[in-house]
Design a protein around this ligand. Sequence first.
Ligand code: CA
Length: 239
Amino acid sequence: MNRPHLLLVEDESNIAQALLFNLELEGYRVTHVTTGAAALERFAGERCDLVILDLMLPDSHGIDICRQIRRQDKRLPILILTALSEEQHRVDGLDAGADDYLTKPFSLGEFLLRIKGMLRRSQWYRPESRAEIISFGANRVNLAELSADTAHGPITLTELEGRMLAAFFAAEGEVLSRSHLLEQVWGLTADTETRTLDNFVVRLRKHFEADPATPRHFQTVRGRGYRFVREPDSGGKAD
Ligand code: CA
């Protein structure tokens, strides 16, 4: 990818100017808009490689913008920025298809690392290499098409959910540490503090567990991490 093109959607001019300045220093091409309407217009008009999306916009809520972008492009990396400390907004953002979030105020260093990691992962992504269909419980998952049939009905997966499932499927029955998953799925270093991972496990359980409150396939292994078990009744032991 030569000179990635980023779409920055941020109405607070101090923050926008600081981000713009630093992103351009890093060599990115940046289109900056301040409203949801302008974001959708630019998104429709020109290809971009990543979207940085503030949630509180003057004309709309970033969650709606995120959902609309995701409806048209399943794979485009979306980073949401929120000034709201409430967990619920972050969960809503991830539900709407965002890949990651940063809560303001954040450090520029952390911000630039996230952008770099997200772009790198979207380049790594090779859907054709994961053509296999995985069945477990009442679920059939097609990673290449990012689709699945579940006990709760057919669903479309986001790219990040697909990567997370691929990591679990590749290590079936093994305990995956949080740091392993963060590195494998998000490309973050092991000491990064993020609840995103736990939120995504909650989402996978909502999709694929008959009873998400008592997971059988996506198990928590206390103090160690998570484990995927394809057939919990035949040998897999829940903690
Ligand atoms: Ca704002």
